[in-house]
Design a protein around this ligand. Structure first.
Ligand SMILES: Nc1ncnc2c1ncn2[C@@H]1O[C@H](COP(=O)(O)OP(=O)(O)OP(=O)(O)O)[C@@H](O)[C@H]1O
Length: 313
């Protein structure tokens, strides 16, 4: 798959001297959904703002659909739709006037049929003549998306699209993002909400302290870094893990009634057979067992806590 956005050696130092991005290299593939994860202040919004021409880079180059975002700003920006975190639209305007105006900003010829489709897809058509100020928070979010789509961009950035929205709107938005991807739009979303990345993304990028710690296919990432756990409910509680088992990755939980064995899901030798044999030899019986896999959330927390560097190696 070819790249639609190419980011090379991108750094940003704000006037305060704070370095928000450090030599970021990233190729975003045409037609993918890329989720950028990272703790508060990691640099996600700075990255998006540079690609969208809102913040100047200190170093490095970015092209969007072949256009340099500094030298060829207008052409690059016309390819991009941005859904920001905050609504900064004129509250006294109607929904229709707002999206029509947004389209005009990019020099696109009027196309009421296209704008109608966008509003209908976002369940906003009934509200087209309502003033923005009269809309609920969820509806205002939809207006932000409609504005971003008004000029038919090939690339859509969503900055924290579902922060503070209710479950229903979140599901609607996920559905809508998937439909957009099916229509060929490349989508980059930032989120704090790991379930969102797990649900939606083809690839995951993790940013921490201005560095792109990793970019990986979601399934590969989960397979590579995910651990599995085998949980055994013991017949009799244990006070401590017997010395004979000390070489295994075991933990006691639930006041000694549960034994948890963590193993690498990638290896063929899980060690489960050996564990069960040794438990049998020691006369430790269990009444139930089940295995589970780590979620993306656990993987992510582990990565950021590890500083990311080990994970990248
Ligand atoms: N105009 C600015 N001047 C100085 N520092 C800034 C400026 N804008 C952002 N920063 C700093 O750069 C860092 C990265 O901010 P950024 O908004 O890119 O992070 P983020 O990953 O998007 O975080 P969040 O999820 O909280 O929005 C933060 O420490 C922030 O305080």
């Amino acid at each position: 798959m070819s790249s639609i956005i190419s980011i090379q050696n991108l750094s940003k130092t704000y006037r305060s001297g704070f370095q928000a991005l450090k030599s970021v290299d990233l190729e975003i593939r045409k037609g993918e959904i890329l989720a950028l994860l990272g703790p508060n202040g990691a640099g996600k919004t700075t990255l998006i703002s540079i690609v969208c021409g809102i913040v100047n880079p200190s170093e490095g180059t970015v092209t969007a659909d072949g256009h340099d975002i500094v030298r060829d700003y207008r052409a690059a920006r016309a390819k991009i739709g941005l859904v920001p975190q905050e609504l900064s639209t004129d509250a006294f305007e109607t929904v229709w006037a707002t999206v029509k105006f947004s389209r005009g900003l990019f020099g696109k010829a009027p196309d009421p049929a296209y704008l109608e489709k966008v509003l209908r897809d976002l369940s906003l058509w009934d509200k087209k003549d309502s003033k923005i100020m009269t809309l609920s928070g969820g509806m205002k979010r939809r207006v932000l998306i409609a504005k971003a789509l008004s000029h038919e961009p090939a690339i859509l950035f969503l900055d924290e699209p579902t922060a503070g929205v209710d479950v229903e709107l979140r599901r609607d938005m996920w559905e809508m993002v998937r439909k957009l991807r099916e229509s060929g739009v490349t989508i980059i979303l930032t989120t704090h909400y790991i379930e969102e990345a797990e649900e939606m993304a083809d690839r995951i990028g993790v940013i921490d302290k201005g560095e792109l710690v990793l970019v990986e296919d979601k399934h590969v990432l989960m397979r590579k870094l995910g651990k599995k756990q085998l949980t055994l409910a013991l017949q009799e509680p244990l006070e401590r893990i017997p010395g004979e088992l000390s070489t295994l990755a075991l933990e006691l939980a639930d006041e000694g009634r549960t034994l948890v064995y963590t193993f690498d899901s990638q290896t063929d030798q899980t060690g489960i057979a050996a564990l069960l044999r040794r438990l049998g030899e020691l006369g430790i019986d269990f009444k139930d067992l089940h295995s589970s896999e780590s979620s993306l959330e656990e993987i992510f927390v582990g990565l950021v806590h590890a500083g990311g560097r080990e994970a990248r190696a």
